[in-house]
Design a binder for this molecule. Structure first.
Ligand SMILES: [Zn+2]
Length: 200
């Protein structure tokens, strides 16, 4: 419990400090900022927070973030459905779209394999990926998981389970620094890593 503040203040400081990357000191600063802000601003912010929860969902096909049943990539008829780029999270889609080199569709795993944390293949959207590869007559799967230990483990697992199929499986080249998340790679590095992707 945060002491020395009126109850509503203490409550909001407690809530903010639970958010990723925000400690108690930052939470206090945000709480004071809201207190000094005009009522309309705070109302609009509360609405925006509610809308994120009620209007944003996962694309039913690729698990990307979407306002509709299908995300903006999946509902774009100019995208090449025979190629799928596999990423860990929606941030990976954003990073790849920013570099503008990939014209296929995505598949978001919504996580990474982590034996230490007890996250196995069944907790990720891997079964759905294999179903898509089968159903959508996919020719190439580009694995663009992060270059972290968990990302590499995930890439290795995916290449193993797709080995026997007719699909070409490739992995982004090592242009992206070891230990790095896709979202932190700059556009030029990511473009090169994609162009130099190699079969696995
Ligand atoms: Zn989608």
């Amino acid at each position: 419990m945060i002491k020395g503040f009126p109850r509503p203040m203490a409550r909001i400081i407690e809530e903010f400090s639970r958010m990723p990357g925000i400690g108690v000191r930052s939470a206090e600063r945000i709480a004071f900022y809201l207190l000094r802000s005009p009522g309309e601003y705070v109302e609009a912010l509360a609405r925006a927070i509610r809308e994120v929860k009620s209007n944003v969902r996962f694309c039913s096909r690729c698990n990307n973030l979407s306002e509709h049943e299908l995300c903006s990539v999946c509902s774009d008829p100019s995208r090449d459905a025979s190629r799928i780029c596999v990423v860990e999270g929606p941030n990976g889609v954003i990073a790849m779209e920013k570099c503008g080199i990939f014209r296929g569709t995505y598949h978001v795993l919504l996580g990474q394999l982590s034996p230490i944390e007890g996250i196995g293949p069944e907790q990720l959207k891997i079964k759905e990926l294999l179903e898509r590869v089968e159903k959508e007559k996919v020719k190439e799967v580009v694995i663009a998981t992060d270059f972290t230990t968990e990302g590499e483990t995930t890439a290795l697992y995916l290449s193993e389970v797709m080995k026997s199929g007719k699909v070409t499986v490739s992995r982004l080249a090592r242009g992206v620094p070891v230990g790095a998340s896709l979202e932190y790679a700059d556009v030029a590095t990511l473009q090169r890593a994609f162009e130099e992707r190699r079969g696995v």
